[in-house]
Design a protein around this ligand. Structure first.
Ligand code: ATP
Length: 315
């Protein structure tokens, strides 16, 4: 698929000498939802800021829509939307005026019909005459999304779009974002809610200490790095793991009544192994009373990657 954004060797060292980005390479495909995951301070906001012209890179290149960002900043920026983490201005403006104003900022003609559509889709139409400061936190975040949608961006950055938003509203916002993608907008979001990436993203990138440690299709990442963990509680303590089970990655707990399996990949091998193990236990006359089995989620994979428990792969 055609790239919409190509970042090569991007570095950023802040004035105090801290290097927040250490040579980031990243290609974003047209029409995808890309989730950038990383712990606090990993460099997500810096990366977004560099693409949106808010942070001056120390080195590297950024090409958006096939053009060099530094050379054509003004014209390219108008085609990029940004939903920042915090609402910085407009607190005293009524919702409708603030959102309409966003179009003007990017040199677009007023389009009241479009603004009405956006506000209705975000359940903000009833609040259109309220000052933004009078809205709840979740509504303020939706105003940020409405402002970014108002100038019809082809590439939209959402920096933690649903932080502090309740679960039900979060689901509504996911739907809005998916709708935008379906209408042709490419979406890059950062999030601390791994569930959000699991639910929405086509591809996931993991950033740690200013470096992209892995980029992959979400499904492929889960297949490749996913694992099965199963705890089998035995009726009687065992002295050792029986010989017939030695080919499986099993450990016996210190109280010797729980056999723990950790293995497989996201492709179902783990489940098959656990089935084999229970069969072998029965054959060996070893009774078990419970099996607690769990497939690793994107969250487990993320934690493993961030804590360096599994090796990453480049972008
Ligand atoms: N203006 C600045 N001056 C100096 N250092 C900065 C500046 N902005 C960010 N940093 C540092 O750069 C690093 C990356 O920050 P950044 O905000 O990009 O991280 P993040 O991944 O977005 O984190 P979070 O998830 O907490 O929002 C942090 O160590 C931060 O302290």
């Amino acid at each position: 698929m055609q790239p919409i954004l190509e970042i090569r060797g991007l570095t950023k060292t802040y004035k105090g000498g801290f290097t927040a980005l250490k040579g980031v390479d990243l290609t974003i495909r047209k029409g995808e939802i890309f989730a950038l995951l990383g712990p606090n301070g990993a460099g997500k906001t810096t990366l977004i800021g560099a693409v949106c012209g808010l942070v001056r890179p120390s080195g590297g290149t950024i090409r958006v829509f096939g053009e060099d960002m530094q050379a054509n900043w003004r014209s390219l920026r108008a085609r990029i939307g940004l939903v920042p983490q915090e609402l910085a201005t407009d607190m005293f403006e009524p919702v409708l005026r603030a959102v309409s104003h966003s179009r003007g900022l990017f040199g677009l003609r007023p389009d009241p019909g479009r603004i009405e559509g956006i506000l209705k889709s975000l359940s903000l139409w009833e609040k259109r005459d309220e000052q933004i400061r009078a809205l709840s936190g979740g509504m303020k975040r939706r105003v940020l999304i409405a402002k970014a949608m108002a100038h019809e961006p082809q590439l939209l950055f959402l920096d933690e779009p649903t932080a502090g938003v309740d679960v039900e509203l979060r689901r509504d916002m996911w739907k809005q974002i998916a709708d935008m993608r379906d209408r042709g907008t490419t979406v890059i979001l950062t999030t601390h809610y791994i569930e959000e990436a699991e639910e929405m993203a086509d591809r996931v990138g993991i950033i740690r200490q200013g470096e992209i440690v892995m980029v992959d299709e979400k499904e492929a990442m889960m297949r490749r790095l996913g694992r099965t963990e199963a705890h089998i509680t035995l009726r009687e303590p065992l002295l050792v793991v029986p010989e017939s089970l030695s080919r499986f990655p099993l450990t016996l707990g210190s109280e010797r009544t729980v056999l723990t399996y950790r293995g497989g990949d996201g492709s179902g091998q783990g489940k098959a192994d656990v089935a084999e193990i229970t069969k072998a236990l029965t054959l060996a006359g070893i009774d078990y009373i419970a099996i607690d089995q769990h497939e690793s989620s994107l969250e487990d994979i993320f934690v493993d990657l961030v804590e360096g428990r599994v090796a990453g792969a480049g972008a």
